[in-house]
Design a protein around this ligand. Structure first.
Ligand SMILES: [Fe+2]
Length: 213
């Protein structure tokens, strides 16, 4: 069959996530299983699309082709954002980035202070609905801005570099907290941020996540 070879993504392992403060190992284990589903779905979708293309010309009026294409953004970003999220957590983390770090200075430059940025980031996390809160850097201006991403794909500013990614889907915290306790989870998230990782993302030219390492 003359189908293009689809890129196979590999499920990443995040062995450093044991013993977080306020996010249990059981919560992380369950969340990693959900993440693995996204990797599998990306690979399956790509295989199905390659097979369809191998069978004939792609057609936008073919409902099967169109539905697979529409699902790509959801599954890809579900995989990608989880990789950023798990990678920017660690146990025994510092509560804030060191004052002299590049990320602290960049946050001061864009927000006036780290505290003002954090207050805003947490406020975004308090929004109703499921999705993500992401601190992005615009490579054209170097400005750091907070964004709300609905589901996994709606609201991502194209080409911006993710620096800090927080999952606020209920599956990210409901083993440890009640549905009404999202604020507690957000506080816990901030007790486990790997600021060195965030700093590295700021320094690197391109957005680099574990799959590309
Ligand atoms: Fe998640």
């Amino acid at each position: 069959m003359a189908s293009a070879k689809a890129k196979i993504y590999k499920e990443q392992t995040f062995g450093h996530l044991k013993g977080l403060d306020g996010i249990s190992d059981a919560q992380i284990d369950e969340h990693l299983k959900l993440y693995a589903g996204y990797v599998k779905n990306v690979n399956t979708l790509n295989e199905e699309l390659a097979e369809m293309r191998g069978r004939g010309k792609p057609s936008g009026t073919n409902p099967e082709f169109a539905e697979l294409m529409r699902r790509l953004g959801f599954e890809y970003n579900g995989m990608i954002l989880h990789e950023y999220y798990f990678e920017n957590l660690r146990h025994a983390a510092d509560p804030t980035p060191p004052a002299a770090s590049g990320i602290a200075q960049a946050l001061n430059g864009s927000w006036g202070s780290v505290d003002k940025w954090k207050e805003d980031f947490q406020a975004v996390g308090g929004m109703r609905g499921i999705g993500w809160v992401i601190l992005f850097q615009d490579p054209a201006t170097d400005r750091l801005t907070n964004h709300w991403v609905t589901l996994h794909q709606d609201g991502v500013p194209t080409g911006f570099k993710p620096l800090l990614v927080m999952d606020v889907w209920e599956h990210a915290f409901m083993r440890d907290y009640r549905a009404t306790e999202k604020a507690k989870y957000i506080e816990a998230f901030f007790r486990n941020v790997d600021w060195q990782r965030v700093e590295r993302r700021l320094r690197e030219e391109a957005a680099v996540r574990p799959a590309a390492a």
